[in-house]
Design a protein around this ligand. Structure first.
Ligand code: HEC
Length: 307
């Protein structure tokens, strides 16, 4: 949070209560942050008169959730949009990563507390957030992957993926070109981004072996090496995973691997690309053209250092 925002929030908390000077020392309440983010980034569309998407966030009040249980549904929707970074729509001014995280966490905490205080087993939303045990089981049932649900997301910052190591069936792994098995990783906010996909098929068919069967990652704004194939494990980590290509050639391949025409590979320019089937070269677009969707993930970072 910037100092400027902090000052503004303190002022907001003060105005929203009674305005006595003792309150100037009151810590900023999470509810004030949540309200300010909605005001700054959402209410221009979701207000009582416009009702964009059939939704007004003008009056909704997190601190009164216990009294207005019917609001939980709206807050659940808001959390989903914040967690997936799906709102505001692309091209609109967006909250910072820290604001997204703090507000989503704050709303989830209040929702969880409200649900625990007044369990309502008779009615369940069609989509709900999985708890850790449910998440672990779902990943195991869907993908036959064991993930450790107890450590999930607590203080994790990154997720590490590993490829199957089986030189019998994958003869390329008999060569010493790389230190097998392949390891790749993403920051959790990159991994949670809606453009990041775990793929099991291509063109409506199951993935062929050479495309990374049975399950692979697709990160469309980063170089191909990040889209690790034939994944057998996912581990949540507090520090940056030790990625194979970065280990093999750290001056050439960084952790971020963002498609970036302005940062040359030490041995060649990355300003142009040649697409299969096209006669000539074309200019490479920053983040492969997904600037509107993903630039926010790297706000404030020096992309020449974090290449
Ligand atoms: C530029 C206008 C605009 C802004 C700003 C905006 N939204 Fe939206 N929002 C829309 C539109 C249009 C829809 C309906 C289409 C859709 O769901 O994508 C929508 C839909 C939604 C929905 C789903 C409503 C439902 O009943 O399914 C939620 C929740 C939501 N927005 C939350 C937010 C939040 C939270 C913010 C601020 C962080 C935000 N929106 C900012 C335009 C906006």
């Amino acid at each position: 949070m910037t100092a400027k925002r902090g000052v503004f929030l303190a002022g907001f908390a003060l105005a929203a209560t009674s305005g006595t000077s003792a309150l100037a020392q009151t810590p900023i309440s999470p509810a004030a942050l949540e309200r300010t983010v909605l005001e700054d980034y959402c209410v221009s569309c979701h207000n009582d008169s416009r009702l964009t998407g059939g939704l007004s966030l003008e009056r909704i009040d997190l601190s009164r959730l216990a009294a207005n249980a019917e609001d939980s549904e709206v807050w659940e929707k808001v959390v989903r949009k914040l967690r997936t970074r799906a709102m505001p729509p692309p091209g609109r001014q967006r909250p910072s990563e820290q604001e997204y995280e703090s507000v989503a966490t704050c709303v989830e905490t209040v929702l969880d507390a409200a649900a625990a205080a007044a369990p309502n087993p008779g009615r369940r939303p069609a989509v709900h957030r999985l708890n850790r045990a449910e998440y672990t089981n779902a990943i195991r049932d869907l993908f036959a992957l064991e993930v450790d649900g107890t450590v999930l997301l607590g203080s994790a910052r990154d997720v590490e993926f590993k490829t199957l190591h089986d030189p019998e069936r994958m003869p390329g792994q008999r060569s010493m070109t790389l230190d097998w098995p392949c390891v790749e990783g993403l920051r959790l906010d990159e991994a949670r981004h809606p453009l990041t996909t775990l793929a099991t098929g291509v063109y409506g068919q199951d993935l062929p072996n050479q495309n990374g069967a049975p399950i692979r990652l697709v990160v469309p704004w980063q170089y191909g090496s990040k889209s690790i194939k034939s994944i057998v494990s996912m581990t949540f980590m507090e520090q940056e995973p030790d990625c194979t290509w970065k280990r093999a050639a750290p001056n050439e391949y960084g952790f971020y691997a963002n498609v970036n025409p302005e940062v040359d590979h030490p041995r060649w320019s990355q300003a142009q690309e040649w697409r299969l089937g096209e006669p000539g070269r074309r200019e490479t677009l920053l983040f492969n053209g997904y600037v509107d969707q993903v630039a926010g993930l790297y706000a404030g970072m020096d992309l020449r250092v974090n290449y």
